[in-house]
Design a protein around this ligand. Structure first.
Ligand SMILES: [Zn+2]
Length: 273
């Protein structure tokens, strides 16, 4: 499943490709055809994300998209001609220079402004929103008897975090993933939050989940200089490394399903509350 940085990146790509134009909007597969007809030829305003929710504003209307497990939204430059439709395309946007195809989403539907507000209100704070801060996340974690590993996958606690960021941030901050939320100190939640802000910011700019500190620092410097390199390919610390030694303490990395996904952690050095 895409993590939040992917949705923010798609929002930027759509806005860059279509803002200020009036794209043709179609549903080649047919399941979004009635709504597409309402949007067709209207001015594209912007696309934006909150966590894993994507909103596309066209002609005063808003489309809510959730990619779910298998959905994909790809934006490509064209040579001016409309590319042939490949597979089941739920939604296609086309202007003179770009095409965007949405395939296999869990949700693709027109929503009212009230529904947009309600959808966003059910989400926790999103580390990629510039004004977001972790107080609401802390309040929910602090009141919960669920494990911090489970809470980190709950989009109403922190929006946009998926399994890779969960595993890697818990390891980076030395947090024991099995501890109940109410045992975790406020300073620890704030440290995890600021780590997520850093890592997910790098993720939006590079299009990749980069979690190893040397690569994160390199990518941050390159982003600031506007010169990304096709590197940053050190493996993760613990994600999908079960059975291997922990890069920090040498203990064996473990795995177990928590909140429906394989959690990876080190039983040796992740003790922090
Ligand atoms: Zn360790």
């Amino acid at each position: 499943m895409p993590e939040g940085h992917t949705l923010h990146r798609i929002g930027r790509e759509l806005t860059d490709a279509f803002a200020g134009t009036a794209p043709a909007v179609t549903s080649p597969q047919g399941r979004f055809a009635e709504s597409a007809a309402i949007l067709d030829g209207r001015p594209f305003e912007r696309a934006w994300a909150h966590g894993k929710l994507l909103f596309v504003e066209i002609g005063g209307q808003t489309v809510h998209i959730h990619l779910g497990l298998i959905g994909k939204l790809a934006v490509h430059a064209t040579d001016g001609a409309e590319p042939a439709v490949q597979g089941a395309v739920r939604l296609r946007l086309l202007n003179e220079r770009y095409v965007a195809d949405l395939r296999g989403p869990m949700v693709c539907t027109l929503v009212t402004p009230v529904e947009v507000d309600a959808l966003v209100a059910r989400q926790g704070p999103d580390p990629l929103q510039p004004s977001a801060e972790p107080t609401r996340a802390w309040e929910r974690i602090h009141r919960s008897g669920k494990s911090i590993a489970e809470l980190m996958m709950d989009q109403s606690v922190i929006a946009g975090v998926g399994n890779i960021y969960r595993c890697e941030v818990l390891w980076r901050q030395r947090v024991n993933p099995a501890y109940a939320g109410r045992r975790i100190k406020r300073g620890t939640v704030e440290a995890m939050w600021h780590d997520l802000v850093r890592l997910m910011h790098v993720g939006v700019h590079t299009g990749r989940i980069i979690t190893v500190e040397e690569d994160v620092a390199d990518a941050e410097r390159d982003i600031a200089q506007g010169a990304l390199k096709p590197a940053y390919d050190r493996p993760n610390y613990v994600y999908q490394r079960d059975g291997q030694p922990c890069p920090r303490c040498g203990a064996r990395i473990r795995t177990r399903v928590v909140a429906g996904r394989n959690l990876f952690w080190c039983g040796g050095c992740q003790r922090r509350t």
